[in-house]
Design a protein around this ligand. Structure first.
Ligand code: ADP
Ligand code: MG
Ligand code: MG
Length: 862
């Protein structure tokens, strides 16, 4: 959107609200071009900038009837940042600008309100001191706390004139001690404030935030200069944040928090715990609905109007000055995955948006939040404390008290970051933590907003916690929790538990089901699952898999009963020995396949014959070797000799995949026998049909395929003769080596389908082993040699090109060829878009990624 590029999202929102005739403070926006100029010209402003600025200020003075820097009717300003993409709390804003001793005095006279004038002055000194002069915020905060103790002030509403006078004096001293520059001239203040806000664009936390959210560094921030409206003028003034619908649950009811006699930062910074806007069954005596019913009605009307205008949920900042409501900001509300689904489906029902729009509103990645853990309250433990349910989901981890420790400990542990309140500087620590717990702050505090955006469990405002950062402990009642102790937090209820708590997989809401159904109506790319156990298969079906796209038979071998038999089969020094081991394995395989087929009965199942390097199954400990020798009645040295022969330097490129089928046909034959017997038995016993797809892995040359196909066909014919029946199945191959992709035309004429194994295809295209990338990959990313991890997001230029070539050549010789994807990339929404465009018929991903893939598949189509 061009307007936001130039005005920033805040400026664009203000302009839009002004067009809608909504009450906003007078002001103007300086475009993002200034920011670019500033950084290209060594932190200087253009020559005629000051001239233009004073013209704009003159206009504000005319509109307001007040004069900037005047000592009879002073105009105070707010200088606000405003990037194209809203970055909550990451950039700086300076309020009450234009203040000095004389102006404060004048303010006192014009309003006849000492507390207000002094309060505005001390706020100005603190903000100007920290943001413009760059004095550590702790100096102001500590002084403030010291004086509170001295004056016996426990709550900010007990603050009195004497206290404020002393604070102003002290704050001025802090500034004078830290900077020799004058700070009392309003116009100089304005220029410096503008520069400081421009500089905050490149602050460390802003850069980190942009990196985490993939926001480009260009265009920079715009600047909004506005007349101040004062929420700190007494009990008929207030400031607050309101969402047009509940951003946690999606419920269609305005939701928000506000503070009487305060300025905006107070609500979002979490230094005071705010009251609710709505009365929620009259439980909140101090709600805005109860205390300011008329303004509440007005606010509710405005919420409706803005939502109808933007056709999406808005996050609105407002201030009430002596009974008059002003809007300060509106933006598209960040919301939890749960809320995003509820809101999208509700809005379709309300005929505000189309199904397509609803689906596009869902960020598939965030669905993870719904697909994972919640606390099992049937096995209830008593919580040690309760805070606000700020961002849903449960997390267990060890307690750390600083972002630094979070980073340090996160290498080996899951961590829960415990803070008084979080500041934007904590962003990196929050990102690394599994959950966030704060003592102060409400549902709209910085911690809550950022956690929701990250999809992290977060509990805020846990007032009962007594945190002692120095001693690295927190106390609650008579419980003491130390750094490194395990706790569990539940961001859906706000409860905090000691230690680990049983967790349960999530349940689908009816709205989630609805949106997934819509996605399926729209998508042409089908979603299957990678599954080999009955549990995986059941989960896949619950999540809406249309079949199994990859059943890795080797995974069925990894259990304590089968591993010894598999080892016998591999170690067997001769064919006879091997057949003996295989005979023992056969009934177990039949049983496993039967169980799987029964669950999937009318859905396709793609079974891959044994693929991994034999190496992976071999015993490594002396005990295992000895046991193997005993059970095979072989001398240990013979076993060791065999192990030696089987040892491979580079197993991933070694004796694996179809190469096993070439050297040991009896293994694949046994697998085919097991599969077909299972199918036949199910037919006879249950009258159930199985839609079988049989797949040969790691083909590079068509001759490999031909050789294996030949004996498999013979095996099938033999089994058909025994059972006097015909098996209906399709035969396919993995395309996961570059040579196979390039020779796809030859290969396609031998098979019914291709399944692209994008993991191996990425490894072999790059010549990088997935298991060893950690040794150099971080350097690659750091030095921007690679900009993404090709094992997570498909490399479209290289690997993707091979896929496109293989599809084209494959379809040329076999127009009926079916095309599938199996590999991690099948769960990545960006890669899913590529697969859709490439003409792939289905993708296969892990069961928990299925809903994400279904939404992404629909989005690819839209
Ligand atoms: P952010 O981008 O971090 O949300 P804002 O520019 O919105 O920063 O300002 C921070 C706070 O300052 C807001 O919550 C708002 O309530 C308050 N504020 C901004 N401008 C004004 C103004 N003109 N009058 C009164 N309060 C203001
Ligand atoms: Mg704001
Ligand atoms: Mg593979």
């Amino acid at each position: 959107m061009v307007m936001q590029d130039i005005l920033g999202s805040k400026g664009a929102g203000l302009a839009e609200m002004s067009n809608l005739n909504l009450p906003i403070p007078n002001g103007f926006t300086i475009t993002t071009e200034l920011c670019n100029y500033f950084y290209q010209n060594n932190y200087n402003l253009p020559k005629d900038f000051n001239k233009e600025l004073s013209v704009a200020i003159k206009n504000l003075e005319l509109e307001s009837g007040k004069v900037f820097g005047d000592t009879s009717k002073p105009l105070l300003l707010s200088v606000r940042s405003g990037a194209r993409t809203s970055m909550p709390g990451m950039m700086d804003t300076i309020l009450n600008l234009g203040m000095n001793d004389e102006v404060c005095e004048a303010l006192l006279h014009t309003t006849n309100n000492k507390l207000f004038a002094f309060d505005s002055y001390r706020r100005f000194l603190e903000m100007y001191g920290t943001i413009v002069i760059l004095i550590p915020p702790g100096l102001f905060k500590d002084a403030f706390e010291r004086h509170k103790i001295k004056h016996n002030i426990y709550q900010e509403n007990e603050i009195n004139e004497e206290f404020l006078k002393e604070i102003i004096k002290e704050f001025k001293n802090i500034i004078l001690n830290n900077s020799a520059e004058p700070f009392t001239d309003p116009y100089l203040q304005l220029e410096k404030a503008i520069k400081a806000v421009l500089k905050s664009w490149m602050s460390e936390r802003a850069i980190t935030y942009r990196k985490l959210h993939n926001i480009p560094d260009n265009p920079g921030t715009a600047i909004n200069v506005q007349t101040m409206v004062f929420g700190n003028q007494g009990s008929d003034s207030a400031t607050g944040v309101v969402f047009t619908r509940n951003p946690s649950t999606g419920e269609n009811k305005i939701f928000g928090e506000y503070l009487i006699n305060a300025q905006g930062e107070d609500v979002v910074s979490g230094t005071r715990t705010p009251n609710h806007i709505t009365s929620d069954d009259n439980k909140c005596t101090y709600s805005m609905q109860n205390t300011m019913p008329e303004l509440f009605e007005q606010l509710q009307e405005i919420c409706k109007k803005l939502e109808l205008h933007y056709l999406d949920v808005q996050d609105i900042e407002f201030t009430i000055e002596s009974g008059k409501l002003y809007l300060l900001q509106t933006r598209i509300a960040k919301r939890t995955a749960l809320a995003s689904i509820k809101i999208a489906t509700d809005m379709v029902e309300e005929k505000l948006i189309s199904k397509q729009q609803a689906i596009m509103r869902i960020d598939p990645e965030t669905l993870n939040q719904l697909l994972h853990t919640a606390i099992d309250y049937s096995q209830l433990k008593t919580p040690i404390a309760k805070g606000l349910p700020a961002s849903p989901g449960a997390a267990t981890g060890i307690v750390v008290f600083s972002p630094y420790d979070a980073e340090k400990m996160s290498h080996h542990h899951k961590v829960i970051l415990v803070r008084h309140d979080t500041s934007p500087d904590d962003i990196n620590g929050m990102h690394i933590s599994s959950g966030i717990l704060t003592k102060r702050g409400g549902m709209t505090s910085h911690a809550a907003v950022v956690a929701r955006g990250m999809g992290k469990p977060c509990v805020c405002g846990a007032n009962d916690l007594i945190i002692d950062e120095k001693r690295q402990i927190f106390k609650v009642g008579d419980v003491t929790v130390k750094h490194g102790d395990l706790i569990t937090i539940d961001g859906s209820t706000g409860k905090i538990f000691l230690g680990e708590v049983p967790l349960i997989p999530p349940t689908f809401t009816k709205e989630f089901q609805t949106i997934l159904d819509w996605a399926d109506e729209i998508a042409t790319l089908k979603v299957r699952s990678n599954a080999e156990t009955t549990l995986d298969a059941i989960t896949s079906l619950q999540f809406g898999a249309t079949g199994i796209g990859l059943c890795r038979t080797e995974h069925m071998f990894f259990d304590q009963y089968k591993i010894p038999l598999v080892r016998e089969m591999i170690i067997a020094p001769n064919l006879e020995h091997r057949k003996h081991a295989i005979e023992k394995l056969l009934p177990l395989q039949i049983k496993d396949f039967k169980a799987l087929f029964k669950i999937m009965h009318d859905k396709p199942i793609n079974i891959r014959l044994l693929d991994p390097p034999l190496h992976e199954f071999l015993p490594t400990t002396e005990i295992d070797k000895q046991n193997l020798a005993t059970s095979m009645s072989l001398p240990l040295n013979i076993v060791e000799q065999r192990l030696h022969t089987l040892y491979e330097v580079n197993p991933m490129l070694g004796h694996r995949g179809c190469r096993l089928g070439i050297t040991y046909p009896e293994i694949y034959q046994m697998q085919v026998l097991a599969i077909l017997t299972a199918i036949r038995e199910l037919q006879v016993e249950d009258n159930k049909n199985t839609i079988l797809e049989l797949m040969i892995p790691l083909i590079s040359d068509v001759n490999e395929l031909k050789a294996i196909k030949k004996y498999i066909k013979n095996t099938i014919t033999e089994i058909e003769a025994i059972h006097k029946c015909k098996f209906d199945l399709t035969l396919g191959t993995m395309i996961e080596l570059p040579k196979a992709a390039l020779q796809a035309d030859k290969i396609a004429s031998e098979v019914d389908y291709f399944s692209f194994g994008t993991n191996d295809l990425t490894q072999t295209t790059y010549g990088i082993s997935r298991d060893d990338v950690a040794s150099f990959f971080p350097d690659y990313l750091e030095k921007k040699i690679f900009t993404f991890d090709p094992f997570n997001k498909l490399d479209e230029e290289g690997v993707g090109e091979l896929i496109n070539i293989a599809i084209k050549r494959g379809l040329y010789t076999n127009p009926k060829l079916k095309l599938g994807i199996c590999g991690e990339h099948a769960g990545n929404p960006i890669s899913i878009e590529f697969f859709h465009k490439a003409g792939i018929h289905y993708i296969s991903c892990s069961p928990y990624r299925i809903p994400i893939a279904r939404i992404a598949a629909a989005q690819a189509k839209i």
